[in-house]
Design a protein around this ligand. Structure first.
Ligand SMILES: [Zn+2]
Length: 288
């Protein structure tokens, strides 16, 4: 890792989401071969689950100088969502467009002054639509304008317990990436109390000096950029603005290939752009 770079240099962070096994089998060996660090965004509940990185693999990656970034405990949505149909007293299903965002978690449903805690189970689909199953019947009536979201307690657990898990296995975790890149005022505040920075999605990968909000950093999928022919433009802008550019990818994405990663390396090296970790980007945060 190069830590002695000039404060005026541009920096690119390569950020891998969700810590699938393919981070270790496809991306990591190429990074090691070219001496290029990156960061992985790890969901602590998924460690060792089939198809995801094991604790040992994560420790190897950490040992190679990468940043291990908290990506929450269970990849729940950290913002609230509208429900799709009215809910009546005694109902045990809540219809929402993306039920997996809220399954198996203490949540709340609310509308105006009315609100109640609900414990969600699995997700499902019937003739009406997609839903989350509830353990006990709803106590109140809610119109389709009601919202569902994690309780304050469970949103804190999603954000904080992930960091504590890593501390226990000897990995220091100072940065966060929002699941689905989604955040609101409540989740951002909790994240800001426990992490130095947080990555969110955006229409741009560029974070300009002097105007960085380090708890909602811009980032884009670099596989999209390559396929849309926009990578060179973004990297040129990074150099011109001496900016912090965050490029993410999902290595389980069938469009993610070793060749595309080598294309990215090549374009970065052609421009002499430094590639670092979130820790290396601290100089950008300190000035913002
Ligand atoms: Zn994710």
């Amino acid at each position: 890792m190069n830590l002695n770079y000039e404060l005026t240099e541009p920096l690119v962070i390569i950020s891998y989401d969700d810590a699938p096994l393919t981070d270790y089998t496809i991306a990591f060996p190429l990074h090691v071969q070219f001496g290029i660090p990156a960061e992985i965004n790890v969901i602590s509940d998924y460690i060792g689950v089939s198809g995801y990185l094991t604790k040992e693999q994560i420790l190897n990656i950490y040992g190679a100088g990468w940043n291990i970034v908290a990506h929450s405990k269970g990849h729940k949505l950290l913002i609230d969502s509208f429900i799709n149909t009215t809910v009546n007293i005694g109902d045990k299903k809540i219809y929402i467009s993306e039920p997996d965002f809220f399954k198996h978690c203490p949540c709340k449903i609310y509308e105006g002054n009315k609100s109640e805690e609900i414990i969600t189970g699995s997700s499902g689909k019937d003739s009406i639509g997609t839903f989350v199953q509830l353990e006990t019947g709803i106590k109140g009536y809610y119109s389709a304008n009601a919202r569902i979201g994690l309780t304050d307690e469970s949103i804190k657990e999603q954000i904080i317990s992930c960091k504590n898990f890593f501390l226990k296995i000897g990995i220091s975790v100072d940065h966060f990436t929002y699941p689905w890149n989604a955040y609101d005022a409540r989740s951002q505040q909790i994240v800001a109390e426990h992490y130095i920075s947080a990555r969110a999605g955006s229409t741009t990968a560029i974070n300009e000096r002097g105007s960085i909000n380090r708890h909602c950093l811009n980032s884009v999928d670099f596989i999209d950029l390559i396929m849309e022919g926009k990578l060179e433009k973004v990297l040129n802008e990074t150099v011109r603005k001496r900016a912090l550019c965050i490029l993410f990818a999902h290595t389980w994405d069938p469009r993610f290939t070793a060749n595309k990663l080598l294309t990215l390396f090549n374009e970065l090296q052609k421009r002499g752009i430094r590639i670092g970790t979130r820790n290396d980007a601290m100089v950008f945060f300190e000035k913002s």
